[in-house]
Design a protein around this ligand. Structure first.
Ligand code: RP5
Length: 179
């Protein structure tokens, strides 16, 4: 069988973004947008700890083979994907708890954050905020050894600050003070 991973076009990925189901895509697109904005080469896979456990194990091996700097893994409910990836690879895993219909993502969060000592998963906030922050965290890891990545991350943060300063209702803005 052809490995779809081996035919991925574009630059060598530095980050792997994985999710437990296509239904997680809306949440995880927060991470994909940030990585694209910051020009971080990445690849995306749908893998399930429960439905495709063998595929998950082989992807963990691929992550090491490609020397990916980290994996961003999103899942919901009994969210074992990040923990199982972390068990199979030394590549750092950033976990994104996806909002679940029945328990609002609390189940996802606790499944990830309560890992046993020895197999860490760096766990972020539930939902899109967590997905974006996981991508920013991954970019910050790259920035420590890559000047161009560092400059792009600094520019992103400066633009974010400027957007607040440009808001006419910003506290320090002359227009807001005059009202
Ligand atoms: C988890 O189960 C996935 O990460 C997803 O958040 C949740 C529901 O999956 P679907 O039933 O929508 O495929 O494995």
């Amino acid at each position: 069988m052809t490995d779809p991973a081996s035919s991925t076009p574009g630059p060598q990925p530095l980050i792997g973004v994985v999710m437990g189901s296509r239904s997680d895509f809306e949440t995880m697109s927060g991470a994909l947008e940030v990585l694209s904005q910051l020009g971080v080469a990445h690849e995306v896979r749908v893998l399930s700890a429960h439905r495709t456990p063998h595929l998950l194990a082989s992807y963990a091996a691929r992550a090491e083979r490609l020397n990916l700097r980290c994996l961003i893994a999103g899942a919901g409910g009994a969210a074992h994907l990040p923990g199982m990836l972390a068990a199979f690879t030394r590549v750092p895993v950033l976990g994104v708890p996806v909002h679940s219909r029945s328990l609002g993502g609390q189940d996802s969060l606790l499944s990830m954050v309560q890992m046993p000592a020895g197999v860490p998963v760096a766990t972020f906030a539930i939902g899109v905020a967590g997905a974006k922050n996981a991508a920013l965290f991954a970019a910050a890891l790259l920035a420590s050894t890559d000047e161009a990545a560092c400059a792009r991350l600094n520019a992103y943060r400066a633009a974010q600050t400027q957007a607040v300063l440009d808001d006419p209702y910003f506290d320090g803005h002359p227009q807001a003070l005059a009202e």
